[in-house]
Design a protein around this ligand. Structure first.
Ligand code: AMP
Length: 391
């Protein structure tokens, strides 16, 4: 259950409100690409503006190396936001120090200010308390709406919450509600679909889901490691050699619940134009590699998905970047969209597949946070959420 205060519980009129948003969007030559994350933060921003708060927005963008880098500036994001809101959006070229202080001080109720990239200071990722205090000094209240970074304890996501009354924004609340409820009280059967490159990145997730879900369907490179652990020769397929023992353990605990591909599409090279063959899952000929799940697997997974009450999906079923090996991923996307189950999708690749299929509106909840949604599936508490005031 979501037991944290939200922005709706705060008296924001006439207050300066520091909002940590996730504006980590692609920008090129001063233009914002996919603005999904900016749009997702609009309900909180518009609520605050409408309730007479002065709104100070902070975010990171990209991976600067602890100092300013023009290509990671949030200025294009501030300009884009102005277009979405239809109002002036002020911009401060630093998120702490005299420039930020002057801009925050001058900000009037109903106005919006975007601060420069928090990661232009190495202290952000170190969760430096000096930086957290400097950020807190700009405002009267703190709101965290950055679900995509809520699994990180950084100065602007966790540190600052120690120095101001802190509540969740509407996006954060929605993400935690959907992901949390899915894990705690799923409509059954509860089916989890996991894919992607490696088991090692998702061990905690697989373990937790094996305890909670009724069926766990595994595709992608991850499935190769399980097949290898069963004794098959995977030839040149991507295999997580260090995780074989673990895969055997999971096969054991997951007996009857864990479903692997029954057939696979293999390629003689790691490229879209490679020669292709479909084979039953098993030994792979020398020089070949598994790049997608096969048609029988798509059918088998589809039957389970159609009978589901809840479906959670994270990670592609194959190398979907190559159109010739994208069928498994796109077919699973179609099946999840077609099912009447409560459906929750997280992770950049699965989200991209569902959006490119034009099926996003058939999904109950598409998460804006890859890493954060995985940590929710793992059953972990996110530090950026734990730091907020209890209801
Ligand atoms: P992850 O970040 O762990 O979700 O992994 C996503 C990546 O896994 C994508 O870039 C896919 O191309 C890759 N992937 C999926 N299936 C395979 C496979 N069978 N062999 C190699 N890479 C794969």
């Amino acid at each position: 259950m979501f037991n944290k205060k939200t922005v709706a519980d705060l008296d924001v009129k006439g207050k300066k409100v520091f909002v940590r948003v996730d504006f980590n969007v692609p920008t090129k030559d001063g233009i914002v690409g996919d603005d999904t994350r900016i749009r997702a933060a609009l309900p909180t921003i518009q609520y605050l503006v409408g309730h007479g708060a002065a709104v100070i927005l902070a975010s990171h963008l990209g991976r600067p190396k602890g100092g300013p880098e023009a290509k990671y500036s949030l200025k294009p994001v501030a300009d884009h936001l102005a277009g979405l809101l239809g109002t002036v959006v002020h911009f401060a070229s630093d998120c702490i120090g005299p420039v930020a202080e002057a801009a925050a001080k001058a900000l009037k109720p109903g106005e919006v200010l975007v601060l420069e990239n928090t990661r232009f200071h190495a202290e952000e990722e170190a969760n430096d308390q000096g930086m957290a205090k400097s950020l807190a000094s700009l405002a009267d209240l703190y709101v965290n709406d950055a679900f995509g970074t809520a699994h990180r304890a950084h100065a602007s996501t966790e540190g600052v919450a120690r120095y101001l009354p802190a509540a969740a924004g509407f996006l954060l609340e929605k993400e935690i509600r959907y992901l949390g409820q899915t894990m705690e009280a799923p409509r059954r059967p509860f089916v989890a679909i996991l894919g992607g490159a490696k088991i090692s990145d998702k061990i905690g997730v697989i373990k937790n889901l094996l305890g909670k879900a009724d069926q766990v369907l595994i595709g992608g490179g991850m499935a190769n490691t399980f097949l290898k652990a069963q004794g098959y020769d995977l030839a040149d397929s991507l295999v997580d050699g260090d995780s074989l023992e673990l895969a055997r353990e999971l096969l054991n605990t997951g007996k009857g619940k864990l479903f692997l591909p029954v057939d696979v599409v293999i390629a003689d090279k790691f490229e879209d134009g490679a020669a292709r063959k479909t084979l039953p899952a098993g030994n792979i000929p020398a020089g070949w590699r598994v790049l997608d799940i096969g048609p029988e697997t798509i059918l088998a997974f589809g039957k389970i998905i159609q009978a589901a009450g809840t479906v959670v999906w994270n990670g592609p079923m194959g190398v979907f970047e190559f159109p010739n090996f994208a069928k498994g991923t796109y077919e699973v996307a179609r099946q999840v969209a077609a099912s009447s189950a409560v459906s929750v999708i997280g992770g950049g690749d699965s989200v991209a597949a569902i959006q490119e299929s034009g099926l996003a509106d058939k999904i109950t909840h598409i998460s804006t946070g890859g890493g954060a949604s995985l940590e929710m599936l793992e059953g972990l508490t996110l530090p950026g959420v734990a730091a907020l005031l209890d209801k």
